[in-house]
Structure formats: structure tokens, C-alpha cells
Design a protein around this ligand. Structure first.
Ligand code: PLP
Length: 388
């Protein structure tokens, strides 16, 4: 059972025992039916078809196309390579506008091909790229916009499409990394309704091979293996269960933290289809009494490995921060949000007991806010080993 905090000295950051003996992670992988997965692994081993457009890969591509109602799906080894391929196949060059509040891979996938990522601010209500800011960033070198569906919530694709210049084709890239809602260990997929673009991406994924021993275009190795595809198919079979667990957890967090001053749990729009894969808190230091980073340190000491996604924003991270074009860049909403966000563990690995214990720690800290803050500034702290 998680250890309860009744005195300030009970907090692990001040030397008390950690609430949890095992670490609780954000994005602990969801695992579907183990037997179904192992059956597929045995089958692919028997067949000795481990990669290169195998039967499981084809099935996975077909299932994803159906699920997202898109004509073409090309599964890839990870989303970063998927992005690189999609960017190249779409013929992007010069400058591409992206949100700064995203995982760094979005920027790196451009820079990797000598394309300048131009960082855009976000809408604070949705945390997604703000189309009205996009317009101001368009120059004669702009060739594309990459929106990110942050926290699994769609960005305003229609508004971005209305702004978009030229016709470089539309594609969407998914990550199936182990920490994601649907996982294939490592993996991803590019989906598009553009047949020509899909054909190019397919070629690029496999070194440009157009036939058994025919190469006539440039390519890389973006292939997804059969074992990953088997995991993807197995995960797909449990998708509804994953959403149900996430939704149950989300409602519990929302309810238990509803009255805590300075802590708000991101509200998802009930009209949107949502996987509730992230529990996103926004911390208002003034109202809570302690800073977001202090709460993060407190939770880590308790073995709750909360995450400050996507602090401090790509534009304030190297190698982008010191570039001349970015050096004086100010993205007020991104910067404000990056200082406030804290994500908490959820998914099938977390249940009601854990959520109650995590919320109790947060409530305890909120009650004692200023005292805890003062003490953290004065007294030696017992940080989680990874935080030292
Ligand atoms: C917006 C975005 N782009 C790219 C990636 C990279 O995905 P992968 O780890 O599959 O390469 C991620 C993964 O977190 C992401 O969130």
C-alpha cells in the first residue's frame, strides 16, 4: 500500500519513505493479450519472415487505414523516420512552420534534411499550434506546415489547410513508440489519401527498391519488422480496453484534484474522439503555493515520475536556441505553458489506489504549500537518483 503523508517530514523529499516502492512512469507501455502476441511471434518465427513487407505488416497497414479512414498507410520503423520520409516525399524545403511545444523530433526531422524549422506559438486553450500565428510566419521560403496533434487531440487542420500555400500533399504521421497509446515497441505509420505520395513514401521506406533488384530512386531504411507489426495488431485488439482504463483514470484524477487551488487537469473536448492517454496538469504557482518544478521534485522523490512535457519548448533548446533566427524569438504562450505543465502516470499500469495516493500527495502539498516551499529552499533535499 502507498505510504500516507500526514506531516511535512513524511514527504520523501525531506527524508520520509517514498509513497511507492516501485516507480510509476508516465507512458508505461500498454500490453495487450500476451498469448495472442506470442502466438503471432511463434507463427512469424515458423514462417521465418521477419521483416520486408511481411503478412503481419500488411495486415497492420490495412487495419490502420480502416481505423483512421485513410486510403493509404505505410508502416515505418519509428515516427521520426516516418516524418523524415514524408517531408522528403512531399518535397518540402527551405522553411517549414511547426509548433515549438512538441517533442524535439518534429524539429530534428526537418533540420536533418537542411530544412529550417520555424517555431510557432500555441493556443493556450488546446495546447496546439495557433493558426493565426502561423500566418505571420510565412515567408517566400515557406514550403509547409507541420501541425502536431498534442496529447492525442487534433490540431485545427482545417484552418491550417486554409492557410497552406502550394500543394505539397497531406500526410499524417503516427508514433507507435512503446510509451504511446498504440505501441509496436518502436514504430510508426504515415497515412495519406494521396496515392502518388504514398507510392513515393513506400519506395523511400525501402531504399528506393522498385522491384526485386531494381533501384531507381533515393531511399532509406524505414521498414517496420514483423514482430513490431505483430505487437501492433495485438495492441489494436485491446484498444477499447486501453481507452476505457485511460478514461476511468482521467475521471478519477479530475474529480480528486477538482478542488485543489492552482492545479487544473486539462479538459478534453467531449465532442472529440479522444484516447485520454495523457493526464496533463497546469500548475499555477501563485495559487498552489509552490512552483511546478518543486512539485515535480516532490513527486519524483515519492517515485511518481511526473514529466514536464515539453519543457522548455524546442525554440529554447539547443541546437535551436542559439541560432540567430531563434535567439530573440519570443513565444509567450508556449513559454507560459512550458513553465506550467506536469504530466502524471496513467494507462493500464495505474489503478485507483495509485491515483488516490498521488492526488493525496498533491493535496497535502497544496495544504502546506508555502511551508513546503520555504523548507525546500532551506533544507537539504533527498532527490530521486535520476534527478541528482
Ligand atoms: C510530435 C512527435 N513527433 C515525433 C515523435 C517521435 O516518435 P518516435 O519515437 O516514434 O520516433 C514523437 C514521439 O514522442 C512526437 O510526439
Amino acid at each position: 500500500m502507498p505510504k500516507v503523508k500526514s506531516r511535512i517530514e513524511d514527504l520523501a523529499i525531506f527524508g520520509g519513505p517514498s509513497a511507492f516502492s516501485d516507480e510509476l512512469h508516465v507512458g508505461r507501455p500498454n500490453v495487450g493479450q500476451r498469448e495472442a502476441f506470442l502466438e503471432r511471434v511463434n507463427d512469424l518465427l515458423d514462417r521465418r519472415w521477419l521483416t520486408n513487407d511481411g503478412p503481419y505488416l500488411k495486415q497492420l497497414e490495412q487495419r490502420i487505414s480502416q481505423l483512421v479512414e485513410v486510403r493509404r498507410c505505410i508502416a515505418v520503423c519509428n515516427a521520426t523516420v516516418g516524418l523524415e520520409i514524408a517531408i522528403k516525399a512531399a518535397g518540402l524545403a527551405g522553411e517549414v512552420i511547426i509548433p515549438s511545444f512538441t517533442f524535439i523530433a518534429t524539429a530534428h526531422a526537418l533540420e536533418w534534411q537542411q530544412i529550417t524549422p520555424v517555431f510557432c506559438d500555441i493556443n493556450p486553450a488546446t495546447h496546439n499550434i495557433d493558426p493565426s500565428c502561423v500566418e505571420q510566419l510565412i515567408t517566400e521560403r515557406t514550403t509547409g506546415i507541420i501541425g502536431v496533434h498534442l496529447w492525442g487531440r487534433p490540431c485545427d487542420v482545417q484552418a491550417l489547410q486554409d492557410i497552406a500555400i502550394g500543394n505539397f500533399g497531406n500526410a499524417e504521421v503516427f508514433s507507435f513508440h512503446a510509451t504511446k497509446f498504440l505501441n509496436t515497441f518502436e514504430g510508426g505509420a504515415v497515412v495519406t489519401n494521396d496515392d502518388e505520395l504514398a507510392a513515393k513514401i513506400r519506395l523511400m521506406r525501402n531504399f528506393g527498391f522498385a522491384g526485386y533488384d531494381i533501384v531507381n530512386s533515393f531511399g532509406t531504411n524505414g521498414k517496420m519488422s514483423e514482430v513490431s507489426a505483430a505487437m501492433g495488431l495485438t495492441s489494436l485488439e485491446s484498444l477499447e480496453k486501453f481507452v476505457a482504463a485511460n478514461y476511468r483514470n482521467y475521471k478519477e484524477y479530475r474529480q480528486q484534484l477538482a478542488e485543489v487551488p492552482g492545479v487544473s487537469v486539462l479538459a478534453y473536448d467531449q465532442d472529440e474522439k479522444c484516447n485520454y492517454h495523457y493526464i496533463v496538469l497546469e500548475i499555477d504557482e501563485g495559487a498552489l503555493g509552490i512552483a511546478r518544478d518543486q512539485l515535480d521534485d516532490i513527486l519524483w522523490a515519492e517515485n511518481v515520475l511526473s514529466r514536464r512535457y515539453f519543457y522548455p519548448g524546442c525554440h529554447r533548446m539547443e541546437p535551436y536556441r542559439t541560432r540567430s533566427a531563434q535567439a530573440s524569438l519570443s513565444l509567450p504562450e508556449t513559454e507560459k505553458l512550458a513553465a506550467r505543465v506536469l504530466c502524471l502516470p496513467t494507462g493500464t499500469a495505474v489503478g485507483s489506489d495509485e491515483i488516490s495516493a498521488i492526488c493525496d500527495i498533491i493535496k497535502f502539498v497544496a495544504d502546506e504549500g508555502c511551508v513546503v516551499k520555504e523548507r525546500m529552499l532551506k533544507q537539504p533535499l533527498r532527490h530521486h537518483p535520476l534527478k541528482k
